[in-house]
Design a protein. Structure first.
Length: 406
């Protein structure tokens, strides 16, 4: 009798356990919200735009879009703009572009790229899907009805094929998450708890669930295939500017640290501030390497440069403290491309000694090629140094001869 009672108790416990676990899981997954403006600033919100289409002569907001390149490329869900006669894009600051051009699309993934005649926009900062572990916190940020700073917080539940979601299509990867999605959030961006973009929310209306996104890593090729915009045709009465085409500031490396002034030492001393890169380079002895991208670690480039005989011959050594370095070499990455850049800057004067770029896969595999480019650029700068001149000695000899004649 006791054995039978124990058996029934075990069976009852097994039957009740899943219900308890589900209840606890539901309690833990209660919707929360995060304020991305307070946590990461306005950078994320500036990259989210509103997609509008013309409906009976009136512009109607249908979803969101994502700025992926500073020269006016907007990423959004294809079904939002499919068949629309006129598509407009409204930036976060309220500026509206009435005629957005559909220039590329991927119908399988429900992704479209629009172009607006703008420059200097703030593109989103992306991250590889592998950096967002399943189970990490994620949010969806959209801007279909106006400025949005609070976003529901959820969990990245899986990375799977769209085939597992009824009505979502087949043959491509999706990021599934637990954040509840409103119809106006389509075209928004899925971000992790560090504010990095992971995917574009492209859920189709007939899909079983709306809580999935296409990884940005699956859309990179489509973005790269889009070339630079052609020069806009100006009106005969318009004043044509001769200034170069504006470059998105996110792709320009500019020294952001304060520059300490040079000071004269001792009575009668005079400071001559070096302005030529060659003069700065020849006077420098130490280099500090830093990186603004997670895809290229500084130590990879340092190790590759240490294998180059040129740096020893030039008397340049690497230091671990930025404050004591003469030169700072900064590595950066152009979003949605394989292009990595470097800028070598003199700390005290802010003089840019050399810049360059290389098309590589990542820092681990491409460090030797980037090191080769750095040495190449430094060699070009050093070649600008004037050759040693015997002029001073000749002047002294002439002066001595004139004295002897007297």
């Amino acid at each position: 009798m006791r054995n039978r009672t124990r058996a029934w108790m075990l069976i009852s416990a097994c039957l009740l356990a899943p219900a308890n676990v589900v209840a606890l899981g539901a309690q833990a997954a209660a919707p929360q919200a995060t304020n991305y403006r307070q946590q990461f600033g306005d950078g994320i919100l500036d990259a989210i735009v509103t997609i509008m289409i013309e409906d009976d002569g009136q512009a109607r907001a249908v979803g969101s879009g994502l700025v992926v390149r500073g020269d006016g490329l907007i990423l959004t869900a294809y079904h939002l703009v499919k068949g629309a006669r006129t598509v407009a894009v409204r930036l976060r600051n309220g500026e509206t572009f009435d005629k957005a051009e559909l220039i590329a699309m991927d119908e399988r993934r429900n992704v479209a790229i629009l172009r607006i005649p703008a420059a200097g926009l703030y593109p989103i900062s992306g991250a590889a899907t592998e950096e967002a572990w399943v189970g990490s916190s994620v949010s969806v940020i959209s801007n279909a009805t106006g400025e949005t700073s609070d976003a529901p917080l959820g969990i990245l539940s899986s990375v799977s094929l769209a085939d597992e979601i009824s009505g979502a299509g087949k043959g491509y990867r999706v990021l599934r998450f637990t954040v509840p999605i409103a119809p106006t959030a389509i075209g928004g961006v899925l971000v992790d708890d560090k504010g990095r973009a992971l995917g574009l929310v492209t859920a189709l209306p007939q899909a079983q669930t709306q809580s999935y996104a296409v990884p940005l890593s699956s859309i990179v090729g489509l973005v790269r295939a889009v070339g630079l915009p052609q020069t806009l045709t100006a009106s005969p009465l318009a004043k044509v500017s001769t200034a170069p085409y504006p470059i998105p500031q996110s792709q320009v490396s500019v020294p952001q640290r304060p520059v300490s002034p040079l000071e004269a030492r001792g009575p009668g001393s005079v400071v001559v501030k070096p302005s030529r890169p060659v003069d700065v380079l020849l006077a420098s002895k130490t280099i500090y390497v830093t990186s603004r991208t997670t895809f290229f670690k500084p130590e990879h480039l340092v190790n590759a440069l240490k294998k180059r005989a040129e740096l020893d011959a030039w008397g340049l050594t690497f230091v671990d403290d930025e404050q004591v370095a003469d030169l700072v070499l900064t590595i950066d990455h152009v979003l949605f491309t394989y292009k990595f850049t470097f800028t070598l800057t003199h700390q005290r004067t802010g003089v840019v000694v050399a810049t360059g770029s290389r098309i590589i896969w990542d820092g681990n595999l491409g460090a030797p090629y980037m090191a080769e480019r750095v040495v190449e650029k430094l060699t070009q700068v050093r070649a600008q140094a004037p050759p040693p001149s015997a002029q001073p000695d000749d002047k002294k000899a002439k002066k001595k001869n004139s004295k002897d004649e007297k």
